[in-house]
Design a binder for this molecule. Structure first.
Ligand SMILES: *Cc1c(COP(=O)(O)O)cnc(C)c1O
Length: 388
């Protein structure tokens, strides 16, 4: 049964009627997105990437919701995130993507976590820890097939076969990561798959994992044994050149704190970067860049111009940003909305409807991933859906 509750994971809980912004998070949509990805994964196990506080939506809420949908394996970036995930998923398999920091073996063991090893130094460290404990603990090995960022090089990966330390621990997963899977015709995808195939055949019998969200939808990709979606779970479009197969998970509303008329030839906001060429009605919203809403969404130009800048929905009307985004406030041009349709205290939509996280990212000159992972701590968080 669906229930509507408000809860706050930050120390100071923010009641909805006192919050400048209200973040709506639909855990049923999250679970539904996981099932959609599983149904597209060609029989591979579908894990969930819940790094960065589950892309901003709350790791303590997301992990149990995904667990109830059937997810058994989770990936985070940091050891601290893994410990948070473990607290709400006692039986899950949890991998830490950012590698094994020196001396952290006992913490991994205490919480039954698995490092993703990306260098011979890390492999030696894990092997040494397992030898000292006389226990073959599981870990993943990450081979970099094109990103040039994290992981063993392909030649190092091919040399793994002959490394004696591999005997000291269990290689539970062989993984790599796509550079541009959202560009379905990028030749790098094929090159990475070929490099990964060579690694797989040199290390037979080890479960393999390559696709992220977009990788699941690549034509002709082998799904291997496990897929690692993140963004698509949270409603991001894994297929940017096609309609989004995912359900929206996140909605954001901002409260109107003031409404005013601005006369022609006056400017709005810091540094006077937006000019009212005629009389305009401005609404001031109680959200700003300190809430993680990007300042790069600022609207610099003249009223009525079609600027690539932030956008809102006010009583069903698209209303553009006006001027620079401030730390705690955003000003928007609501002239198009009939005067009696809005008043102080009303909320307007910043994320929702046509204002998808991808669109909000585009309008800020960034990607939806950054919009999600910056979702602010001052928002009231209203979770919809079954919670554990
Ligand atoms: C973040 C991450 C993912 C998830 O990628 P999405 O594009 O969000 O699906 C998968 N694998 C690795 C190694 C990652 O760092």
């Amino acid at each position: 049964m669906t229930q509507l509750t408000s809860q706050h994971d930050a120390a100071g809980a923010v009641p909805e009627n006192a919050a400048g912004g209200i973040l709506h998070i639909d855990l049923d949509a999250l679970a539904s997105n996981w099932r959609t990805l599983r149904d597209n994964a060609g029989g591979a196990e579908t894990a969930a990437v819940v790094k960065a506080n589950a892309y901003g939506i709350g790791i303590e809420q997301a992990v149990p919701a995904l667990g109830r949908a059937g997810c058994r394996t989770f990936f985070v970036a940091h050891l601290s995130e893994a410990i948070r995930a473990r607290a709400v998923a006692p039986d899950a398999t949890i991998y830490v993507l950012n590698g094994l920091f020196a001396g952290t073996g006992p913490t991994y063991a205490a919480h039954n976590l698995r490092p993703v090893l990306g260098s011979f130094e890390e492999i030696e460290e894990w092997a040494g820890f397992c030898r000292a404990e006389n226990r073959k603990r599981p870990a993943a090995i990450h081979v970099d097939t094109g990103m040039n960022r994290l992981g063993l090089t392909v030649p190092q990966g091919l040399a793994l076969r002959d490394r004696p330390e591999r005997e000291d621990f269990e290689t539970a997963l062989l993984m790599s990561h796509f550079v541009s899977a959202e560009e379905s015709d990028n030749p790098l995808n094929r090159q990475q798959i070929e490099a990964f195939e060579a690694l797989r055949s040199s290390l037979p019998g080890i479960p393999a994992s390559l696709p992220n969200s977009s990788g699941i939808f690549l034509n002709g990709k082998p799904p291997y044994d496990l897929v690692r979606p993140g963004y698509a779970l949270y409603g991001g479009n894994p297929t940017p050149d096609r309609a989004n197969p995912m359900k929206p998970v996140v909605g954001l509303e901002a409260r109107i704190v003031q409404l005013r008329w601005v006369e022609a030839d006056h400017t709005v906001g810091y540094n006077g970067r937006w000019l009212a060429v005629e009389k305009r009605r401005i609404a001031t919203l109680s959200v700003g860049y300190a809430d993680g809403y990007p300042r790069s969404s600022s609207a610099r130009g003249r009223s009525g111009e079609d600027l690539l800048a932030g956008m809102t929905l006010v009583a069903g009307h698209p209303c553009p940003f006006a001027g620079n985004v401030s730390m705690d406030l955003i000003t928007i041009d609501v002239t198009a909305v009939p005067e009696n349709r809005i008043k102080r205290g009303d909320t307007v939509t910043l994320i929702g409807g046509d204002l998808t996280i991808d669109e909000v990212g585009r309008r800020a000159g960034t990607i939806g991933y950054e919009i999600l992972t910056n979702l602010g701590a001052r928002y009231a968080r209203a979770y919809r859906g079954v919670q554990g």
